[in-house]
Design a protein around this ligand. Sequence first.
Ligand code: HEC
Length: 213
Amino acid sequence: MMGHRKQGVIRLLGILFAVVSILIVIGCKQGAVSEKPPIHFNPNMDSQERYDAQAASRFFADGMVNRMPVKGTVALSEGYEDTEFYFGKTADGKVLKKAPVPFTAEVLKRGQKRFNIYCAPCHGRTGNAKGIVVNRGFLPPPDFHTDKVRNYPDGHIFDVISNGFRNMPSYKHQIPVADRWKIVAYVRALQRSQNASAQDVPEEKRAKLALEK
Ligand code: HEC
């Protein structure tokens, strides 16, 4: 037989258990708003000493929290004043007809290398739109030897490389600006190579050409 005392203790424990359970359930209620900071058993670096923007500072001599940029700082958006070179457009936004770099033999050589790496897989080494990727089912790009593409201004081809065009991805992250112009130069050379006439051959070399035919 249990004594009255023992029964009383068990009842008390039961009530205590019920109250604690209810508190736990209420305490876990989702979305409960509290003004107090949460209890952090292991705060790590969650909260640190810091300044609020525009606040006063006792540390800096000028009493301001906000610091001015260090002398010589260049913003990401600065340094692109040469819009022709960086964007293929005049300062007032017109697409350049002619590339702002000379098409020297050296430029063309570099352009050829870059073209064969970055463009030929789709456009083909001659620009005939029969690259290996297209053979495997990628949407065919336009043939570079159509009047349409031949008549594009240099700045447009630069823009297509930089920003992509409909189904063609952008290559601005892979190809530096200077190389993009070299590729433009090489595309121009490819186009001339497929649309050349005897008039394009220097006078003194035409006879030799006929001999080799
Ligand atoms: C992954 C395949 C692929 C690669 C690589 C690629 N192109 Fe293209 N390109 C296309 C496709 C597809 C189109 C047609 C896009 C459309 O009309 O939807 C296109 C279109 C173009 C056009 C015509 C844009 C117009 O306004 O009609 C030019 C010029 C061009 N590409 C140049 C290049 C050059 C230069 C490179 C190398 C830097 C290059 N492409 C790399 C697939 C590619």
